[in-house]
Structures are given as structure tokens and as C-alpha cells.
Design a protein around this ligand. Structure first.
Ligand SMILES: Cc1cc2nc3c(=O)[nH]c(=O)nc-3n(C[C@H](O)[C@H](O)[C@H](O)COP(=O)(O)OP(=O)(O)OC[C@H]3O[C@@H](n4cnc5c(N)ncnc54)[C@H](O)[C@@H]3O)c2cc1C
Length: 422
């Protein structure tokens, strides 16, 4: 029987192993860590946002420049298929108020445990603490294991090594060097769904790091210069800003910083309040009240929001009701740089999809021998949080696993026809 080596035991690798095994292939799964799915488990700490109920084509548009390619994977395994798959593992899902889909118990561990148990029962062989180090000259996969160097020959390989965020969970992006040695075209890994540095005063950082900013409306421009806005929540950090609202804009902001050196983000600190009414309210006599108290009473702005105004305005400007109202409605924040990739929720960049065919096998021109497939976050696509990340990891894992099984079956039947046997 043909053998498939799956390297990387995140959602993408486990899914590739599952579907290939179901197609009758002998599957060996290798992971550098002592157990699989560590990032998946951490995602569970935030409730495990498995997928999203947004209908197509809006769902596919979340994958930005890679909408076309990811749509292809989603045709075989979309949000509904993912929910049905979880149900088959005994985990019901529900749609939250924002359209995000979660397991009923909001946990990743029961789902992962059930899945790994089923994979064992189906005959997938797990090899933990096997760090892939590339290939030996004869094409065997080279692993570092507790027992020393180990070489593994497989008829096909699925690489599902993850992106570069949270490297302590296993996906450290070290595969980039191994693939570059073979001239594989890789877009440099970049932080995605990340926070940004702004460079607060020490006074602000000491008092307001960790303070939530909610609700606020963010205004920003995409790379084409088109302005967008989005309401949500974010958090002031010691160095800048992060949180779900910032993550949602982070691809545009990151690319703008890369192009222009900085990116401008505006925040409306008082959504739903009209600027001229705010100005009128702020123009009322303050009597002996402090400016902070005046702002709180007349504009409903206090705490970290008030401190932000002090960060960007001088005293004279703050005493002018018109300028103050305008700044409350459009507070300018100059973003200096994205936070490092190690802190990001996910990474952009990776193996360029042009190096792979539609089955996710490396093209002969990519510098790889035939029969090597690739899936998950190590591929060059990105998406916002909201369940879109995991959905594309599962869907690409399914595509790669099924394609590998079909490719092996094709090779075996050709060998049989030519009388050589598998
Ligand atoms: C804090 C946090 C919260 C998140 N929450 C969500 C969420 O709610 N919803 C969502 O959609 N997404 C979420 N994500 C993103 C999501 O978890 C990832 O996109 C997804 O896990 C990527 O799957 P993958 O299989 O491609 O890679 P990974 O899950 O990163 O798995 C890659 C595997 O490869 C192994 N590996 C790496 N290099 C080697 C090597 N050289 N040899 C052997 N093994 C190796 C690693 O040990 C790892 O097990 C979150 C991420 C983080 C960090």
C-alpha cells in the first residue's frame, strides 16, 4: 500500500491525514512537539471561533487577493461542512451574535481529543517529537527525534507546518529555509491580525495600558486610498493598540506602514454623537469644573478616551470646543509599526500559491520532486479573525490530503498497468 507522510499536526495536517487515510492510504503523521494541535488548543482559550456563517461570496472575499484560490478549497469544504464534521465528532456548534461559529462548550480540547482518538482508531500513525529538517540526498525526509536522526521514505508528503505566529506552539516558520534551499518561491512571513506600536508618553502607558476602548469607530484607508470605517472594540497597550477591531484592519494598516513608513488611523471616540451637538455641549460654561469632568459630563468621554485626547492635543486646542469636538469624532493615531510576528494571531505570506497546482502539489517548476503537497497557514493567504483562518486551514488540508491520495492511486494504477506492481 502507498504511504503518505504528513508533516505538521495542526488542523491542516490532521485533516489531510484523515481524508488520505479514509481513501485507503497508509498515513504517518510527524510533529516537532510532544502533542498535536497546540495552536488549535490556544485558539480554544478565546472560545474557539471555528468558522463564520457569512454566506458566499462575502465569505470568500475575506481572503483578499487569494479569494479565487481559497474559494476553490471552500467548494469542497465550507463552513457548513466544517460544522457537520464537528457534529460527527459529537461537538455541536452555534452561531454567535456576530455571525461567528463556536462549539457549544466554547472549548477546543474535547474536539481535538475526539479527533485524535478517531484518527488513531482509523490507523493514522503518530510520531511526536519529530522535527523535520529537510531531505537527505536520496529524497528521504530527515527528522530530529529523541532517538537521534531518523530518515523516512514516503511515496507522497503533505507539508502542513503552519505560519510564524506564536512560535512557542510549534509553528516557527523554520521551514522557510528548508524550502528556499530548493528554490521554492516564498512570500516573506508578515504579522497578520496583529497590534501596532504608536509610542505613547510614559504617563499614558503607565496609566492606561490594558484599558479597553469601546465602542469606537475606526476610519482608515486601504492601499488604493479608499476610506473605510468599522465599529468595534480595541485595547490600549503599553506601546500602542490591539484587539479585534485593530486585527480586522491590520492587513491594510501593515501594508500601508510597509509602503509609507507609518499609517494613519482615526478613531471616533463617541460613536452615535453628532459633532455639532458635541461642540455645542462642550462650549457650555465649564465654571470651576476640571476639563476632564467637563468632557465626561458634556461628551461622555472619560478614562482612556479622555487620556487619548491629551496624548494628541495641546492645552490650547483642548480649550477650543470646535477642535475638541472634531478630535473626539476623529482622533488621529499615527501607527509606527506592526507588533512582531511572534505576537500576532496569524501570519501572512508563505509558499506562493503559484508554486502549487490546483491540487496543492508543488509544480515541477517549483524545484520539488512530484508528490509533495502543502496546506494550511504556511501557504500565502491571509484572512481576518472570525473563523476564516481555521476554515481555510481545514479546507486546504482536505484538498491536499485527498489530492495526495488520488495522486498515489494514479501512480499505483499506472505501475500496475505497466506490470511493475505498486
Ligand atoms: C492565540 C490564537 C488564537 C487563535 N484563534 C483562532 C480562532 O478562534 N479562529 C480561527 O479561525 N483561527 C484562530 N487562530 C489561528 C489558527 O489557530 C491557525 O490559523 C491554525 O492553527 C493554523 O493551522 P495549521 O495547521 O496551518 O498550522 P498550526 O496549527 O500552526 O500547526 C502546525 C504544526 O506543525 C508543526 N511543525 C512546525 N514546524 C515543524 C517541523 N519543522 N517539524 C515538525 N513539525 C513542525 C507544529 O508543531 C504544529 O503542530 C488563532 C491563533 C492564535 C495564535
Amino acid at each position: 500500500m502507498s504511504t503518505l507522510a504528513v508533516v505538521g499536526g495542526g488542523p491542516a495536517g490532521l485533516m489531510a491525514a484523515e481524508v488520505a487515510r479514509a481513501a485507503g492510504v497508509e498515513v504517518d503523521l510527524f510533529d516537532a512537539k510532544g502533542s498535536v494541535g497546540r495552536k488549535f488548543l490556544i485558539a480554544g482559550k478565546g472560545g474557539l471561533n471555528l468558522t463564520h456563517c457569512e454566506p458566499m461570496p462575502g465569505f470568500a472575499r475575506r481572503y483578499r487577493e487569494r479569494e479565487r484560490e481559497v474559494s476553490g478549497w471552500l467548494r469542497d469544504f465550507d463552513a457548513d461542512a466544517l460544522r457537520a464534521w464537528a457534529r460527527a465528532l459529537g461537538v455541536e456548534t452555534f452561531v454567535g451574535s456576530s455571525g461567528r461559529v463556536f462549539p457549544a462548550d466554547l472549548k477546543a480540547a474535547p474536539l481535538l481529543r475526539g479527533w485524535v482518538r478517531r484518527l488513531h482508531a482509523q490507523g493514522v500513525r503518530f510520531h511526536m517529537q519529530h522535527r523535520w529538517r529537510g531531505w537527505r540526498e536520496d529524497g528521504a525526509l530527515r527528522f530530529e527525534s529523541p532517538g537521534g536522526e531518523r530518515y523516512v521514505r514516503a511515496d507522497a508528503v503533505v507539508l502542513a507546518l503552519g505560519g510564524g505566529s506564536w512560535p512557542q506552539l510549534g509553528s516557527d516558520g523554520a521551514w522557510q529555509d528548508m524550502l528556499r534551499e530548493r528554490d521554492v518561491d516564498i512570500a516573506p512571513l508578515k504579522p497578520a491580525n496583529c497590534g501596532f506600536d504608536i509610542g505613547w508618553s510614559a504617563h499614558f502607558a503607565e496609566r492606561h495600558a490594558g484599558a479597553p476602548l469601546k465602542p469606537v469607530v475606526a476610519y482608515w484607508r486601504d492601499m488604493a486610498g479608499i476610506e473605510h470605517h468599522l465599529q468595534g472594540e480595541c485595547v490600549a497597550t503599553a506601546t500602542g493598540i490591539e484587539g479585534s477591531l485593530v486585527y480586522a484592519l491590520s492587513a491594510d494598516l501593515r501594508d500601508t506602514v510597509a509602503r509609507d513608513g507609518t499609517a494613519l488611523l482615526h478613531l471616533d471616540l463617541a460613536p452615535g454623537r453628532d459633532q455639532s451637538r458635541l461642540r455645542e455641549a462642550l462650549a457650555r460654561p465649564r465654571q470651576r469644573r476640571s476639563l476632564g469632568e467637563h468632557l465626561r459630563r458634556q461628551a461622555g468621554v472619560s478614562g482612556v478616551k479622555s487620556a487619548l485626547l491629551h496624548e494628541v492635543m495641546d492645552r490650547t486646542a483642548m480649550e477650543d470646543p470646535g477642535t475638541l469636538a472634531a478630535t473626539i469624532k476623529r482622533l488621529p493615531l499615527r501607527l509606527q509599526r506592526p507588533r512582531p510576528i511572534a505576537e500576532a494571531i496569524s501570519s501572512a505570506g508563505g509558499v506562493r500559491l503559484e508554486a502549487l497546482d490546483a491540487t496543492l502539489m508543488f509544480k515541477p517548476s517549483a524545484g520539488m520532486p512530484p508528490g509533495i503537497f502543502c496546506a494550511g497557514e504556511m501557504l500565502d493567504w491571509e484572512a481576518p479573525t472570525g473563523g476564516y483562518l481555521l476554515t481555510a486551514c481545514f479546507a486546504s488540508g482536505k484538498r491536499a490530503g485527498e489530492s495526495a491520495a488520488a495522486w498515489l492511486a494514479d501512480i499505483a494504477s499506472r505501475q500496475e498497468r505497466s506490470g511493475r506492481g505498486p
